[in-house]
Design a protein around this ligand. Structure first.
Ligand code: ADP
Length: 169
């Protein structure tokens, strides 16, 4: 099936055909991987009830990091940011669910971990903006853009969790 491995989902409850499922690109940054926080971070999205669509560990190159953060290219911290993101393996992930982009931003917490609420990933696990352990897309459009950038278009898995009816009526 053409749509099987794309970021589109066909949901049985939608009668007018296929709708685009909302996805967010979530990444455990190198500090999160080095500190052994991968399981903790993945676990929070799993327990919340979102669906994992893609996951891989690798060290990104400079070009990829620069493209990912291109909107920040004029910022004074841009070079340090690219050095940080390319300094070691990251865990690149795609999570799906209605409202996942906004909800993931809430679960992650404010950019500055000292301002992030306790209970959020950054609020619980980090102390500095330049080492804030995790990334989450800031809009559904960027969720699509970043997924295509990190995974290639059409390369994330499409599947129906058996638990779905216990998460959404
Ligand atoms: P977020 O990751 O919360 O969406 P931004 O898009 O503003 O935040 O910034 C992207 C990333 O750039 C941040 O997560 C952080 O790693 C880094 N960053 C942002 N602002 C600063 C800063 N003032 N100094 C150092 N790094 C920063």
């Amino acid at each position: 099936h053409m749509l099987r491995s794309s970021t589109y989902a066909c949901r049985s409850r939608v009668h007018s055909g296929c709708v685009r499922a909302e996805i967010s690109y979530i990444m455990v940054k190198p500090d999160g991987v080095q500190r052994g926080l991968v399981g903790e971070i993945v676990g929070r999205f799993e327990r919340k009830g979102f669906t994992l669509r893609g996951l891989k560990l690798f060290t990104p190159g400079k070009e990829l990091a620069e493209e990912h953060y291109k909107d920040l290219s004029q910022k004074p911290f841009f070079k340090d940011l690219v050095d940080y993101i390319t300094s070691g393996p990251v865990v690149a992930m795609v999570w799906e669910g209605d409202g996942v982009v906004k909800s993931a931003r809430k679960l992650i917490g404010s950019t500055n971990p000292l301002e992030a609420e306790p209970g959020t990933i950054r609020g619980d696990l980090a102390v500095q903006t330049g080492r804030n352990v995790v990334h989450g897309s800031d809009s559904p459009e960027n969720g699509e853009r970043e997924t295509a950038l990190w995974f290639g278009s059409g390369s994330v898995e499409q599947w129906q969790p058996a638990l779905a009816p216990w998460l959404r009526e």
